[in-house]
Write a protein that binds this ligand. Structure first.
Ligand code: PLP
Length: 410
């Protein structure tokens, strides 16, 4: 063989599966042809179905114009975000009754990279994840070569695992609420158990709040609403889901000034030191769009989008309520997490569903072993798509044995 590199990959990379979950699903579906020629309806990935809020679009157009003008153009942006966006994010927290200083906020280009790269600053840490979970957490921990622990969600705990029974030692704990993939969400009481556990063990919580804008009454909207969370938690939030920024890329995270590392430095100072060496900030145009999404008008426009997605989730929920299948989600997050009918093998169900209905779901095992036997449907869909999906579900026999016989066509 010619040109064999004399550098080797990290040993830890050998533990990774060959494909990232959604790439594997894409591969399987792209080669599929429906026998009846139906369009494939993809409810596997949580990508947007509607256009961005008009306020953000207009703000980005205006910002792009500025870039074309010698007097108003911007070069490199401050790596942690422009003051106008930091102020808008601090106001967002103020509206939730939480005081966050603009110095504690760091703007990023997406929660996927923000959260997966964050633990790189720790030396050989124990990482604890609550499974089933967004596959990125596990892949990133494996790549770091860190020791990985997991706590499992299941039917009994409503897919909201608690820290009881976990060996008491310091961990970097990743929690996601409202949760991808299960749609379940912590209330304050349940989340407080994790905060207390972290404080007792000297652990740090990485709290993924990418879906917090969807959470309804009773569900926690920010980890900082829990007492003392500012001593042990970092919160990650994204514009992707509530403002449709999946293709624009903008996010933020909050590192409270109070959190100190055992070496005496603040966590915030170390995070900023790392960022100054590795990140050149998010584009001015993007940050103006993000600022507009958090304005009064922008938030109203985002609420319309959120309502549409939750209404699609509600339709799916109505359907599955008439089956005898266990499911969670749909209220605080546009994902439904459903027990597979007649099989415990979620990839087998994924293929069955595809062949019978030309609908793509995400097999639960892709979110970790605790997800085996379940599948996820994403309600980031237009109403018409969901209606068509439900028509196909009703006309097929795939959920028949699991129904109470009251399913009707849409
Ligand atoms: N966190 C969770 C739990 C997600 O489900 C997703 C995307 O699906 C992300 C983060 C990624 O967010 P972003 O688009 O900001 O990278």
């Amino acid at each position: 063989m010619k040109n064999l590199l004399k550098v080797a990959e990290k040993v830890s990379y050998k533990k990774l599966s060959d494909n990232y979950l959604f790439s594997e699903i894409r591969q399987k579906t792209s080669s599929f042809k429906d026998a009846d020629g139906r369009e494939i309806l993809d409810l596997s990935i949580g990508d947007i179905a509607y256009a961005l809020p008009p306020s953000s679009v207009n703000a980005m157009k205006k910002a792009a114009e500025e870039m074309g003008d010698n007097a108003r153009k911007r070069g490199y942006s401050p790596e942690n975000g422009y003051p106008f966006l930091l102020n808008a994010i601090a106001s967002y927290y103020k509206n939730l009754g939480v005081k966050i200083d603009t110095d504690e906020i760091l703007v990023g280009d997406g929660t996927k990279s923000d959260i997966s790269l964050f633990p790189d600053i720790f030396d050989r840490s124990n990482e604890l994840i609550a499974e089933p979970c967004y596959p990125v957490y596990k892949d990133a921990a494996l790549m770091r070569g860190n020791k990985l622990y997991s706590v499992c969600g299941n039917k009994q705990n409503g897919f909201l695992p608690e820290p009881d029974g976990i060996e008491k030692k310091p961990y970097v704990i990743t929690l996601c609420s409202p949760n991808n993939p299960t749609g379940s969400a912590f209330d304050k009481e349940k989340l407080k158990k994790w905060v207390d556990f972290a404080l007792e063990t000297g652990s740090l919580i990485l709290y993924d709040a990418a879906y917090s804008a969807f959470s309804g009454d009773g569900a926690v909207k920010t980890v900082f609403s829990v007492k003392n969370a500012d001593e042990c938690a970092v919160e990650f939030c994204s514009f992707s889901k509530f403002a449709g920024f999946t293709g624009i890329r903008c996010s933020w995270f909050v590192v409270p000034e109070k959190i100190k590392l055992s070496g005496g430095k603040t966590l915030l100072s170390l995070v900023k030191r790392k960022r100054s060496a590795t990140f050149n900030g998010v584009s001015y145009v993007t940050q103006r769009g993000a600022e507009a999404a958090l304005s009064f008008k922008g938030r109203k426009e985002c609420e319309i989008l959120i309502k549409k997605y939750l209404s699609a989730a509600n339709k799916l929920k109505d359907f599955f309520s008439k089956t005898n299948l266990f499911f969670t989600g749909g209220d605080n997050c546009p994902y439904l997490w459903i027990e597979c009918p007649n099989t415990k093998n979620s990839f087998e169900f994924f293929e069955n569903l595809l062949v019978k209905t030309a609908v793509v779901c995400t097999p639960g095992v892709g979110f970790g072993n605790a997800g085996e036997g379940y599948f996820r449907l994403s309600a980031f869909q237009k109403e018409d798509t969901v209606n068509e999906v439900l028509n196909r579900f009703s006309s097929s026999d795939i959920f028949k044995d699991s129904t109470s016989g009251v399913l009707s066509k849409n």
